[in-house]
Design a protein around this ligand. Sequence first.
Ligand code: MN
Length: 283
Amino acid sequence: MRICRFNSDRIGVVQGSSVVDITDNFDLNSKWPTPPGEWVMSQLTSLKEGGQYSSRLPLSLTDVRLDSPIANPGKIIGAPINYKAHIDEANADREINQGKTYTSLDEYGLFLKAGSSLIGPSQTIHPRFADRRTDHEVELAVVIGKKASRVSRKDAFAHVFGYTIGLDITVRGKEFPGFRKSADTYSVLGPWLVTADEVPNPDALDLSISVNGEIKQKSNTRLMIFDVARLIEYASSFYTLYPGDVIMTGTPEGVGPIVPGDRLVAEVERIGKLEMQVGQVLA
Ligand code: MN
């Protein structure tokens, strides 16, 4: 099942080139204080396990504005160095490594991206600074469906709701990754969430991104150093994962600058295609 969020506050199931509005199935009344976890995501898990769908007439995908499929993830977790060839290119490029030598994820750990950085397909990436290099990073994004703390590799997949495409946009520089990767519009998810049953092996998916029609990154998730289960085990050894939390699983080699006017097309096998425009630097 492909689940999208559209027109700001609607939840849909994507069927071919149509969207069926299933918003009526959800309790959207806000509670305060909001409990941990993404409120709608918690309900999606039960919907997937046999809920009712709306009988509203389908809409055409081309007539809706797609938003990030997760509205308010409690955490957007990033894996900084999870492909060998990306570690090699980072260690060879002073603008990326800033004098550091990257070794392994075990040593560096993960980082967090601010929720306020998150946008979806109908929005635009805006570089924050005209005078600093800002790079694209295409990644498989894992979306948590069930609360997970100290989960073992073997139990990891029971906590996954599904997958989407993630862009981890990055200002290069000396600051901590969580700071450089958290500018407004620097986290992109979309075009929709594909439930885990449709992705039997997330550790063997082709992924790529092109800039203005030229392929820049092209790899396969089988080359990840920490696979999806290990990333869940590792992340949940430090903090509890809640429904709607997102793990961006790291980027392969080929990262490079984006500038206003660029057109990005990211693809991940079994998920789809995410097309994004790079807009102006905002004052
Ligand atoms: Mn990344």
